[in-house]
Design a protein around this ligand. Sequence first.
Ligand code: NOJ
Length: 746
Amino acid sequence: MKSSKPKILFLLVAILILCHSVEAQKNTRQNISPADQIKIETLMRQMTIEEKIGQLSLFASGWDNTGPSMNNDYKKLIKEGNAGAVLNAFSVDYVREVQKLAVEGSRMKIPLLFGYDVIHGFRTIFPIPLGQACTWNLKLIEEAERVAAIEATAAGINWTFAPMVDIARDPRWGRVMEAAGEDAWLGGKIAAARVRGFQGNDLKSENTLMACVKHFAAYGAAMAGRDYNPVDMSPVSLYEWYLPPYKAAVDAGAGSLMTSFNEIAGIPSTCNAWLLTDLLRKEWGFKGFIVTDWTAINEMVNHGVAEDNKDAARLAINAGVDMDMEGSTFLNYLGELLNEKKVSQARIDEAVRSVLEAKALLGLFEDPYRYCNKTRQETEIMTPEKLALARKMVTESCVLLKNDKQTLPIPAGVGSIAVIGPLADSKGDMLGGWSAAGEWEKCITLLEGIRNKVNGKIPVVFEKGCNVNDADKSGFEKALDVANHADYVILALGEDREMSGEAASRSGLNLPGVQEELAEMIINTGKPIVVVLFNGRPLTLTRLNEIAPAILESWFGGTQAGNGIADILFGDINPSGKLTMTFPKNVGQIPLFYNSKNTGRPFNPEKPDEKYVSRYLDVDNDPLYPFGYGLSYTSFTYSGLEATLSGDTVNIRAHVTNTGDRDGEEVVQLYVHDKIGAITRPVKELKGFQKILVPKGKTRTITFILTRDDLAFYHPDLKKYWEPGEFIIQIGSNSKETISTSIFLN
Ligand code: NOJ
């Protein structure tokens, strides 16, 4: 008779594995494989409390820091098991070296996450995110993030601190360059497209990158546009105008989320238990891990809600933060806090699991060097296809703000061109802020783009004229001279790349330095002139708009900036970009945004002198360029708008006719105004858009379908539902110029 011992042993092992995996499943938030679940549970059992806390600490490698460094010896920390992730370290060799410290040098051998701010490209730099948003091309934005992910992962990165989805209505805030503009609905669509682009279908693939949606929450509503300033707003506004893009990114599966520096109504986000746990985890079902912004835990002492760093660590972990970026507060104090019973073992374990799950999702337990492929690094970065996509993105992000007397495109017969201005040949500035590992030397400037285009057939003369931001006018004379001798002048003006981005708020939004004076002098020559703008935010261009025949907003276009702009200037591509942020007439109008309220005393343009109405004495209420605005080399008219109700849906139809003499793409925008609500409704809200090609002389019929739920809004009890009544449906080429009809919903 055979012994039954092996059978029993087998059964016991099977039961053990089953129990293990049932327990593992119970603890798991993310959809990870049974093998990874067991791996995580095994690690959880084996790790000391110090090693667990180590997983909750993120340290900078010392490159590209954006704040004070708390811990310079990150390599030692890794070997000791005191770090779970590293930021700002990239390139295959370096990442491999650092990863080796963790997987060969530390006791638990847990691989590290490698994070980096891949905001608008890694090496192939695309236009700044605000510019990308102006394409209104979600597919293109997703493709650009795909390229960013391919390049970043080819250089060892597996985690990006993007997308930044903060809604901003105040262009004084320098970080508007990193986001999608002022509209929450559009912001949500763009946020989801970015997450899809970074993460692809499978985070385990070697060319996908874990996204980190930031900065939760409402960082873009900093008072007076001053970075890091407090935010104070009604809960309804928070839900309606600021939270939707974060929610959209979470719903799209973003693997992580970053807390914001600001407070909301007195509570810094990094210790806001309602925000991080009740709303994000419980209401929205967020499954990823929560990391702070740079030293945001320590900053709670300055905010005045924590006595010291230890107290701040207690507040943050208990609010739901899982990982401390650079602050060392978790590393230094979580152990003590646990002993003092000020934080529970369960909360620490929950945070550790969420970090380990991210590592499992990225496939790091199977292969910690998954993102360290030298061949990929050598072959997949800045390839011709990627550069072509970046160039296409430049062309679609450019917004034509003015074009009198068909100044653009540059006529074929022009015999010579003068290119003037401090940004015409400034390679460094083309990248814009937050340009990851972008190489400024490889950027194509406007001057180079123009020279590439004319290919030596006509003379192109360059004069800088002045610097971006000082009072030196010594270059004016030469600039005037070249303008006088040219058939056509291109003036390149704007901000330098450091004037927007983090910690780059401005209280005035004019063209800095003496640039406006330079423009005035050159424009007075009477030559055909286009002003090409480079900037990271809406500027106040009232004077320039009065005097310049043509203005093209090009933002900071990245690696291919000059080539893409030249495609537009010479008419190879017809501009189609539309603003996603209002351009005010002056700073006093700020905050100025399209989805404003009517007030009880609205200004009536037919009675401009009426006194007791909502207006200014010295400027009207209208923006210089409204949300959704942007010209084309052709023209479009709208007609035949119809809205009909069928069951639960509103069917909308309109005709768009290209009345000009060249084919063109138009961003058709759908706005709705709910006439009467239990709480006041904006004068209009974007509810849909389509970017369509309309051949010259042709008419296209466009349809939109809205559900009743699309017309819902948040009420004071924070419930979202629609109310019966009349809705004005508007379709047009920007938020100001629309045709309208109305519909009743019961
Ligand atoms: C601070 C910035 O606010 C954040 O957006 C960025 O991701 C981190 N620094 C890391 O660089």
